[in-house]
Write a protein of this length. Structure first.
Length: 289
């Protein structure tokens, strides 16, 4: 074989080796493309990182400025708060001192008031003791007077009982047995003590018109001092009855519509144109049938 044939033989590619070569070429091409793509991505990342770093740096700078401004503001606020706290403490101390002084003044006033009230109470107690002593003395005197009065009342009661026992029952001008007759003030008081009838005293003079005694009209007509006699007109229940020449201490009796027992007039004293005595009426009034 000559050289030309040999060269031709070396440069001639066998068909069975072409497939791997193409594969290798394809792989190399893919690698090249991948390298280019990776290079482009790295470039982009570097550019983006640079831009991002710049932005981040700006943000960090702005943040630092903001933090610095906030720190300054907070510091000023803290200084103001510290000043307010100091002022508040000072005012609190001042207020506490004033409150203490006011409390001391109030306590002094209360102490003076208490001392004054204690003095007044002591004075009042002294007066009460003196009044009690005086009252005891007066009570002793009153007790003695009451005892004496009781004795007098008992004596008077006994006297009245004796007087009542001495009083007599007589018949009146109408023939009705009269109650006991009183001839003077003592005997009349004794009759009142018995409480059997109502007793109304009168003292009338001769006049042109009758005079009222309880629910009866009395009209003195004549008097006879020497004979102790008198004449009167009685007006009751729209009726007029004349009682002539009646004597002293004689029961002059008459009926009224509202009483079952008779009314009685007893004259104890006769003077010129004048009589004095009493009217006796029943305690229980009951219309007569």
């Amino acid at each position: 074989m000559n050289d030309h044939e040999g060269f031709s033989a070396r440069n001639e590619i066998r068909p069975e080796t072409r497939g791997p070569i193409y594969v290798l070429i394809g792989v190399l091409a893919v690698l090249a493309i991948a390298y280019v793509y990776l290079f482009w991505r790295v470039h982009r990342l570097e550019a983006g990182t640079t831009a991002s770093n710049a932005t981040t740096a700006q943000e960090i700078s702005a943040l630092r400025e903001t933090v610095a401004a906030n720190d300054s503001t907070h510091f000023k606020n803290m200084e103001a708060l510290q000043g307010d706290l100091a002022e508040a403490r000072r005012q609190a101390a001042t207020t506490a001192g004033q409150a203490k002084q006011e409390a001391l003044k109030h306590a002094d006033r209360l102490a003076r008031q208490l001392a004054h009230e204690q003095q007044e109470v002591a004075s009042q107690l002294t007066e009460v003791k003196q009044s009690a002593t005086t009252a005891d003395s007066k009570l002793a005197d009153v007790t003695s007077e009451v005892a004496a009065t009781k004795t007098d009342v008992a004596a008077t009661k006994t006297e009245l009982q004796n007087t009542v026992s001495d009083l007599k029952r007589v018949r009146g001008d109408m023939g009705v047995l009269s109650d006991r007759i009183a001839t003077n003030g003592t005997e009349l008081a004794a009759l009142r003590t018995l409480g059997e009838r109502n007793y109304i005293e009168f003292n009338i003079a001769k006049s042109k018109a009758p005079q009222k005694v309880a629910d009866v009209q009395l009209w003195l007509k004549r008097t006879d001092v020497k004979r102790h006699r008198f004449s009167v007109e009685l007006q009751a229940d729209d009726r007029t009855v004349e009682k002539r020449d009646r004597t002293v201490n004689e029961p002059v009796q008459f009926y009224v519509s509202k009483a079952h027992q008779p009314y009685e007039i007893v004259v104890n004293e006769v003077t010129k144109d004048h009589i004095a005595g009493y009217l006796a009426t029943p305690k229980v009034e009951m219309a007569r049938r």
